[in-house]
Design a protein around this ligand. Structure first.
Ligand SMILES: [Zn+2]
Length: 67
């Protein structure tokens, strides 16, 4: 059985769309943000805020934050 990497709940890891770090979906340090029905998880509040401003830019890969 194939287990999707981006699964909701269950202590899975998600990828922060801003810096591409792995984030624990159960306790994301940067909280979550909902965009077009999808929930995104962040490693820190800075990434959450950056994504909130321009979600499309990060999702399309146009913008990236260097860690
Ligand atoms: Zn981040």
């Amino acid at each position: 059985m194939r287990i999707p990497f981006l699964s909701r709940g269950g202590g899975m890891m998600a990828t922060d769309p801003v810096c591409n770090m792995e984030v624990d979906t159960k306790k994301p340090n940067g909280g979550t943000f909902e965009h077009k029905g999808e929930t995104y998880y962040f490693c820190g509040p800075g990434c959450n805020r950056a994504f909130e401003k321009e979600p499309e830019a990060y999702l399309s890969g146009e913008k990236k934050m260097e860690m």
